[in-house]
Design a protein around this ligand. Sequence first.
Ligand code: HEM
Length: 275
Amino acid sequence: MLPAASRAILDPAGTNPDYVELKPDGTFSGTLDVADQECTPETCGVITYAAGGAVNAAHELFTDLTFATDPTGPTDPTTPPVDPGTGVTDARLEWGLKESFRDYIRGPIAHGSWTLDDVTGDGPFAWENLTSGTEELVTFAGGVHFTGHDGLLDLTISQPQVRFANGAAELLLDVRSKGLENPEEYVELDDAVFATLTPGTPTVGNGLNTYTAMPAVLTEQGASGFAGFYPAGTELDPVDRHDRTRRRDPPATGGGRWRRRVRAHADDPGRAEPG
Ligand code: HEM
């Protein structure tokens, strides 16, 4: 379930059956195929809760199903309903920072190199250690440490995040970079918006959303990590983001209305009022 703005990004054609639109008044409608004898009012319901592991008891609702004709088949109410929630469980970010910067680092001017921490590739680099993920925001562990000019250039970029909001996207980074004027001082940025991205249209299929070659432009904050050599507005290497969205376990904590409704069903298979 997604607000219209998020769906426009993840499912621009509006044809992916995995998504339905969440209207501003909180209602939604969708079509589910239920096999014969698989579901009864006692064992199935519509469960809603916040995506991405967020816990918000006020949004955890259980609504009974009603059938046009009486269903037959198993009515054992002890099996909890299947969780319909989803989140980004696998993701990959590919990005090279800037090709000319990599050439400069390894070239005859800087005589430098880079080392990788929880990252693969030799430029572009690939981050795959996802630490949290929703359709709106994916966060990765790992970084790249560039050095050059016998240590006078010392730049680490780490913990990239790709954030989507209102049809736009941003690349956030932690940055640590030695200053040119005073090599004792480092510029340190935490979760800084490093580049603005143009997301374009993703390809969507089998739960995999792929954004290829999103143009990336350096922000003012990002420029502060380059000792004045790149102004804000500098075009960086394009960014690729691939996400796989899968079913998730129900939230382990919270104990909100969702859990209470399931217990009500187990105790009294007859009815439980919708939340
Ligand atoms: C001893 C200190 C430094 C010297 C002598 C130096 C020298 C240079 C020179 C001569 C260039 C031009 C290269 C070319 O046009 O091909 C350059 C480019 C550059 N330098 Fe440095 N630099 C130093 C420190 C730094 C530091 C601390 C940073 C911070 C990250 C930095 C970032 C850059 C960047 C981003 C470029 C542009 C690379 C590109 O062509 O895309 N430099 N530097």
